[in-house]
Write a protein that binds this ligand. Structure first.
Ligand SMILES: C[S@@+](CC[C@H](N)C(=O)[O-])C[C@H]1O[C@@H](n2cnc3c(N)ncnc32)[C@H](O)[C@@H]1O
Length: 237
């Protein structure tokens, strides 16, 4: 993670991975906003607790412009992911070749203009954060992960990765996280479960690492076969 300012090239996009990422985009944030999926709460948490300044978003995928609609004043964003093709979708959004329709909800709610959101300075880093150490001395006012750490196999892996991300938070900065809890049927289908996700897990992490919990709630998700709830939290340094 040393060359975090390196500009990545989109000349060698893998079309198979791109199709997968595009399907995800079309099914979720490219579609009209769906209520009662926990997203209203995540956006409100961002709007209420985020800090003005810098942001690093882990497991960022193709969704940075969606979440940015809820932040108030971010000057610089670093997106970290293993998928260059997901970042390419962001570039298509920036160039107005694609439009995340679900943004309408947050744009109206927070009185934002999408053209201004698109002017935010966004940089990209391809990095496998779950496998490697952080290796970065720079700190950020906001560190976020939406949907990344819930892919960890167990509580131990989750906490050690959360610790890595937390080490990048500036003094008085925040770490905002959201992790979707797999339903029984989805766990069976994927041969994976993240039953370890709980408010208690976050409270114990905060106690051990001496951080203030500003928000910590397991929010139920309605009418979704794959996810039953989403764990949303804000930790302040
Ligand atoms: C469920 S998606 C969430 C994407 C986005 N944050 C959002 O809110 O829609 C999980 C993302 O994590 C990325 N990812 C998975 N494993 C990763 C890893 N080891 N390091 C960095 N990113 C990873 C995937 O490529 C994917 O974009």
């Amino acid at each position: 993670m040393h060359n975090y300012e390196k500009v990545i090239s989109f000349d060698d996009i893998n079309m198979e991975e791109y199709s997968k990422q595009l399907e995800y985009f079309n099914n979720y944030y490219g579609s009209p906003f769906r209520k009662e999926q926990g997203t209203e709460e995540i956006l409100d948490v961002i709007n209420k607790y985020s800090k003005d300044g810098t942001l690093i978003d882990f497991g960022s995928g193709s969704n940075i412009y969606f979440w940015l609609t809820a932040f108030k004043n971010i000057q610089n964003v670093m997106c970290v992911d293993i998928s260059k093709e997901a970042f390419y979708i962001n570039e298509q959004i920036r160039k107005k070749e694609l439009y995340p329709q679900s943004c309408e909800y947050a744009l109206n709610k927070y009185n934002k203009d999408f053209d201004n959101v698109l002017k935010t300075n966004v940089n990209y880093l391809i990095y496998d954060i779950l496998k490697f150490s952080v290796g970065m001395t720079l700190k950020f006012d906001n560190v976020t992960q939406f949907g990344l750490l819930g892919l960890c196999k167990n509580e131990k892996e989750y906490t050690s990765n959360l610790k890595k991300l937390y080490s990048l938070v500036n003094k008085d900065g925040v770490l905002i996280g959201a992790n979707w809890c797999f339903s029984e049927s989805y766990s069976d289908k994927m041969s994976f479960n993240n039953k370890y996700l709980s408010e208690q897990l976050i409270n114990s992490f905060a106690k051990i690492n001496n951080c203030t919990v500003l928000f910590n709630k397991l929010i139920p998700i309605k009418n979704d076969r794959n996810y039953k709830s989403v764990l949303v939290y804000v930790l302040k340094k």
